[in-house]
Structure formats: structure tokens, C-alpha cells
Design a protein around this ligand. Structure first.
Ligand SMILES: [Zn+2]
Length: 371
């Protein structure tokens, strides 16, 4: 066993050296001297491409708060070696600064015995918690969905719901809110120091500084049904900020609008554009807080585009050209011009959290890194 462990360690060292060249080096460096922010809010529109926004504006006659943000860049969403990603690898690039295999969550892409028995990349929530900041994830998907799990768990596959939930319960995060997941219940959340939240009224009664695990109806969240049982993504975002902002050391919050992707898989414009508008309301809430607070950075992006939405020149309408994910670049909107992003920049997905860590004061050796 010792021999195997040593072999694994050697392989990992070699791999890390190699990976340093192909996976982790980015444009951001340690001599970063621009703005520093106490709080960071990363908002992910799952499956939200540039044309998702165009279709939403055209079909609903609305303007979008995210498009008023001063920096407009774009992100290349590739997974490790493969151009079109899924939400697990896409989320992991955004949470750890590492590109990984499709379907894997927060683990290095090299695991010869597939035992998940050695170092994993630290995610930005763990980094924040390690240093006494508050951190949380909010989603309209199941809490064990691929995007929230990228920020709160490590698993070889996104399908390992039991392992993901176990990681989330042990994560020490201040809040994990979304739709119900099979292995999460009142008993195990309480045993791990969380207040269990099962409806909107309980959510709104939470006080600043509390730790909570919320399980809502997926059907309500997906269809944007707001009632005493289920909050909107905008309400969840406002409440999450209120709770996390009680920490004097600052906070990191990830908010995911999950159903833009889900409706786009079915090529349902009605639902996809409704979800985009709802997500944008949450962005507006975050931007309002940041404007008032003055120490908070908001970044809006996507893990990938879904549906290959294109303008049909004959009809003048937007149309779906695919039922799955595409590899087109996605938007990156940033709430400040001194946070290392510039309009017109083309960044790689994995560079986004690295830059977020820099504005939070972390250097090159701290992130990206093995946990
Ligand atoms: Zn998808």
C-alpha cells in the first residue's frame, strides 16, 4: 500500500508540474495592484449565451440590468481537452480555476485509480471559509446540481448525489439554498449545524449570521412560482446578502439561475427567456447592494451556452439550432472597472475565479491550488 501511495504521489507531482503549464497558468499574476474588494458575488446564468440575452430582449421587450454593468467581456467555456463543456466541468473551472473532465466536480482530471483519494483543488468558497469569511451558494436547481456542487463539493461524477450531499453537509458553508435533493433532510442538516429551511416564510425569518440549508420545490423554482412555499431567485439573493454581510471579514456568494439551461435543452424560449428575466432581477438586487456597499464586486457570467441560439435572418427571430451545450463564448459582466477585467477581453473560464481571488487579496500560491 505504501508503495502504491508513493507511486501515486510521484505521479501527482509530475502531473502538477505538467498541469502548471497547460491548465493553471493564466493572464492574471501575483503583482496585481488594482482594486481590492471585501465581498464578491459571482452570478452564473446556466446556459446563458449572448444570443440568450438578445432573444430575451427581443421577445419580452425588456432591458437587462446586467447589460448596464461597466465592463463587458467574454469567456471561453471549454472543459479539460474538450471544447463543449457541461455544468460540472464548467462550474469547476469557475470555482477552482482548473479545467477538468466533463461530469467531474472539483477533482483534478488525473485520478488513475478513480478513488478520489488524494488532493483536490480548493474551491473559492473553501478559500473564503478558511480565512474566516462567510460563503454561500444559491441556486434554482437542486442543491446537489452540478453548478452549486462545484462550489461546495468534490466528486468524480456529478451523478454521485450521496457523496455530493455529504460533502455539502460537511462544507462549513453558511448557506446552501435551492431545490430539494434526495439525501438532504431536516435531521442531517441539523446534525451538521444548519437551520433547515423548507419554505419561503422560514427563509425570510432567518437572521444575519445564521447557517442554513434550504430545500424548496424544484417545480416552483423552475416555473418562477412565488408563494409562501417558494421564494424567487431575487428574494434568495437579497436574503443571502443580508445574512452573509454580517461577517466583518467579508463574503463570497455564488448565485445560479439554473433553468435558462433546462428550458433551452427543450428549446423552450418561453421558459428560457422568463428564467433569464428572473435571473436578471437577482443581478439587479446584487448590483443595488454593491452600489450602496462600495466594497462588493459583482461578476455575471455563464458556465456554457445551451441551445445554439441564432438569429434567423429570414424571419428576424431567434431560433434554437441545438438541444445541448455549445462551445461559443459567453458574456462576462463586471460591476467595476478596477477589478482586472476590461471590456472586450476574451478570458478563459478558469481565469475568472483566479481574478476574483486576486481582488479578494489572495496571491498566486494560494489560488489556484490543491486543497
Ligand atoms: Zn445543460
Amino acid at each position: 500500500m505504501a508503495v502504491i501511495k508513493k507511486a501515486v504521489a510521484t505521479a501527482m507531482a509530475l502531473f502538477m508540474a505538467f498541469y502548471g503549464f497547460i491548465g493553471m497558468t493564466g493572464n492574471v499574476s501575483d503583482d496585481y495592484t488594482e482594486g481590492k474588494y471585501k465581498n464578491v458575488i459571482l452570478m452564473i446564468g446556466d446556459g446563458m449565451g449572448f444570443n440568450t440575452l438578445e432573444a430575451t430582449k427581443a421577445q419580452r421587450g425588456v432591458s437587462l440590468a446586467m447589460e448596464t454593468m461597466p465592463v463587458k467581456a467574454q469567456s471561453q467555456t471549454w472543459s479539460y481537452l474538450i471544447p463543449a463543456t457541461d455544468s460540472a466541468a464548467g462550474g469547476t473551472a469557475l470555482s477552482t480555476g482548473c479545467r477538468v473532465w466533463i461530469n467531474s466536480l472539483g477533482v483534478f482530471p488525473f485520478d488513475p485509480f478513480t478513488i478520489n483519494d488524494f488532493n483536490v483543488p480548493i474551491n473559492i468558497c473553501e478559500l473564503a471559509k478558511r480565512d474566516g469569511k462567510a460563503a454561500g451558494v444559491v441556486t434554482t436547481d437542486k442543491t446537489s446540481g452540478a453548478t452549486p456542487s462545484s462550489f461546495s463539493a468534490h466528486a468524480l461524477s456529478r451523478t454521485m448525489e450521496k457523496d455530493i450531499s455529504k460533502d455539502q453537509l460537511a462544507s462549513g458553508l453558511d448557506l446552501i439554498w435551492g431545490a430539494s435533493s434526495e439525501s438532504i433532510n431536516e435531521e442531517n442538516t441539523k446534525a451538521n449545524g444548519f437551520t433547515y429551511i423548507g419554505n419561503e416564510d422560514e427563509l425570510m425569518a432567518l437572521t444575519a449570521g445564521s447557517r442554513s440549508f434550504a430545500q424548496f420545490s424544484f417545480d416552483d423554482l423552475k416555473n418562477c412560482r412565488n408563494n409562501h412555499n417558494t421564494p424567487t431567485i431575487e428574494e434568495m439573493t437579497e436574503k443571502a446578502i443580508e445574512i452573509l454581510d454580517a461577517d466583518e471579514d467579508g463574503f463570497f456568494l455564488m448565485v445560479e439561475g439554473a433553468c435558462i439551461d433546462k428550458f433551452s435543452h427543450d428549446n423552450e424560449f418561453e421558459g428560457a427567456t422568463m428564467s433569464t428575466v428572473e435571473f436578471d432581477k437577482a443581478v439587479k438586487a446584487a448590483l443595488d447592494f454593491a452600489a450602496e456597499d462600495g466594497e462588493t464586486l459583482v461578476v455575471v457570467t455563464a458556465d456554457h451556452e445551451t441551445g445554439g441560439i441564432k438569429l434567423d435572418k429570414k424571419t428576424g427571430n431567434y431560433k434554437y439550432t441545438s438541444g445541448s451545450h455549445t462551445n461559443v463564448d459567453v458574456p462576462v459582466f463586471v460591476s467595476a472597472t478596477d477589478a482586472g477585467f476590461k471590456s472586450g477581453d476574451k478570458v478563459k473560464n478558469r481565469e475568472i475565479p483566479v481574478q476574483l481571488a486576486r481582488v479578494m487579496g489572495y496571491g498566486e500560491k494560494e489560488f489556484p491550488a490543491a486543497r
